[in-house]
Write a protein that binds this ligand. Structure first.
Ligand SMILES: Nc1ncnc2c1ncn2[C@@H]1O[C@H](COP(=O)(O)OP(=O)(O)OP(=O)(O)O)[C@@H](O)[C@H]1O
Ligand SMILES: [Mg+2]
Length: 508
């Protein structure tokens, strides 16, 4: 077990990558007993700063302190020694799926305790792990296989593991982005509990500002690699104030929804279902120039529905029609050939080529447009397209030639969105397009989606954010448990009606 550290500090810390000043002269101080939010636009430097403390950005300049003693943190191991841990969004990467919760939590102890011994006292280990889970109010059995847990539960296992190894400063980088409302509540309870019981400090990076007000004691606002301010979260603090600090200007919250005049039906889905019963007989249609919403809670089947329509999931029944013509969509390629595009939810895994440059990703869905007759890619047009989308979406990158791997999380998302926006499709499917995207960029994305609709395209917009459904769509299909429970006209409905049907209360 490491020393009981009670404060960490950065003084004039800078991080530079080729062509990017990711952090400039940042001063940051954090004591245990606090839940600290770190907010800022995509690319502001939130993850970079926390990765300095976590020993991942080893090339930083400036001085770090632990308990006011100068230290060097040049490896994850040295961060751990000072009690600093980071949990990334890709929790899967940090766990062994085939091992049990106990094995994952107790890994370090097992390894160190094995010296000279050949057996492990499983009973004792299981008990110890279970006690820890109970203390943290984590409702998981220590004997469960990690691979069988939900994403939210996996996060909890990682949190328990960090407590187990004596973590004092736990960084959670956008932990709630993939969680449902109730999972988020559970996470917050655990975090609060943990902070008090173990006198820790939690750094909480998020784009959902309402969560900042809900759970954090203080909030650090970052902009362009600098810290703008750190302020206490008081009842008077508003989301708007935080946004204004983030963007450095006053932000107009209300999005002006353009009036749409949808034409005839362009796209139709009839009674489709997947092989596993995640989508169970969904029918919908979209007119030309119309934006339809797919509402519903996390797990309602929205993502599966999108994938099913796009051909990324196998259909067990149902038909898909574009302009009255039946389509045989078996794989995504068929959709693309029929000018149907999709921005998937799991963008890093499914939507983006991280080892390719930004310009290449931005034209990947529309390469034919940039080819001349003998199919040489017209570089100039391709670059011009990239520059346009980098501007329109505010993608933060030193150049269109930067590899996507080096963009911040949110900027990678924007690249995928740009890829499909430039593809000139007839039907666009967006699955949680604003996940991990900052408020300013969200607005840009809404504008671009609205422009697509204005040009007579059909848009399917799936999200669990009811406010987004109300902001951008014309009509809504509410899903619950793989079915559509209600179809609503957006201008005639409200948040509570959508919630009502999302919980399956009022099924047809
Ligand atoms: N390994 C890297 N190589 C090059 N540039 C990088 C690298 N890591 C981060 N950057 C750049 O540093 C800047 C800050 O990125 P960072 O990931 O800290 O942003 P963030 O505030 O976490 O944004 P988001 O909300 O999108 O996650 C960005 O411009 C990003 O492109
Ligand atoms: Mg980040």
């Amino acid at each position: 077990m490491q020393e009981k550290v009670s404060s960490i500090r950065a003084e004039k810390v800078s991080v530079e990558f080729p062509g990017v000043k990711a952090l400039s002269n940042v001063d940051f101080f954090l004591e245990t007993g606090e839940i600290r939010a770190v907010v800022g636009a995509n690319g502001a430097g939130k993850s970079t700063l926390m990765k300095v403390f976590a020993g991942v950005n080893v090339g930083y300049t400036g001085q770090l302190y632990v308990d006011e003693q100068p230290v060097e943190i040049r490896s994850p191991l040295s961060a751990k020694k000072h009690g600093i841990e980071i949990v990334y969004q890709e929790v899967d990467m940090a766990l062994f799926p085939d091992a049990t919760v106990t094995e994952n939590i107790m890994m370090n102890k097992m390894l160190s305790g094995m010296q000279g011994k050949i057996t492990v006292n499983w009973k004792q280990f299981n008990e110890e792990a279970q006690t820890l889970l109970d203390e943290l109010s984590i409702p998981i059995s220590a004997k469960a296989k990690v691979g069988a847990l939900s994403l939210a539960q996996k996060q909890m296992v990682l949190i328990a593991k960090s407590v187990r190894i004596g973590c004092r400063f736990l960084v959670l980088d956008e932990p709630t982005a993939p969680l449902s409302v109730s999972e988020t509540e559970d996470l917050f309870n655990i975090v609060r509990n943990m902070m008090k019981k173990y006198d820790m400090s939690i750094v909480f990076i998020t784009h959902r500002l309402q969560e900042v007000l809900q759970i954090c004691n203080t909030v650090t606002v970052m902009r362009n690699g600098e810290i703008v301010t750190t302020i206490p979260v008081t009842p008077e603090l508003t989301q708007k104030h935080i946004v204004d600090l983030m963007l450095g200007r006053s932000f107009e919250e209300n999005f002006p929804k353009a009036e749409q005049h949808p034409g005839e039906i362009q796209f139709e889905v009839n009674d489709i279902a997947d092989m596993e019963g995640k989508v169970n007989g969904v029918s919908l249609y979209v007119r030309k120039g119309e934006i339809i919403g797919i509402a519903g809670l996390v797990g309602a089947g929205k993502t599966e529905l999108c994938k099913l329509i796009f051909g990324a999931l196998k259909r067990s029944r149902g038909t898909i029609k574009l302009n009255g013509k039946s389509l045989k969509i078996k794989i995504p390629q068929h959709s693309v050939e029929n000018r149907i595009g999709m921005v998937p939810e799991e963008r890093r895994k499914e939507g983006v080529m991280v080892d390719e440059p930004v310009y290449f990703n931005l034209s990947a869905a529309s390469l034919l447009r940039f080819c001349n007759r003998i199919r040489f890619v017209k570089k100039k047009a391709e670059m011009q397209n990239a520059v346009t989308f980098i501007q329109n979406l505010g993608i933060k990158t030193p150049s269109e030639k930067q590899y996507v791997r080096y963009l911040s999380g949110g900027n990678q998302q924007k690249v995928v969105i740009g890829k499909w926006l430039s593809a000139d499709c007839d039907v666009y499917i967006f699955d949680e397009p604003t996940k991990g995207i900052d408020v300013g960029a969200k607005r840009e994305i809404f504008t671009l989606i609205q422009d697509i609709a204005k040009a007579g395209k059909s848009v399917i917009y799936a999200t669990c954010e009811t406010t987004e459904i109300l902001t951008i769509t014309d009509r809504v299909y509410v899903m619950y448990d793989g079915r559509v429970t209600k179809e609503l006209v957006t201008s005639e409905t409200n948040e509570s009606e959508i919630m009502f049907y999302s919980t399956g209360t009022g099924g047809n």
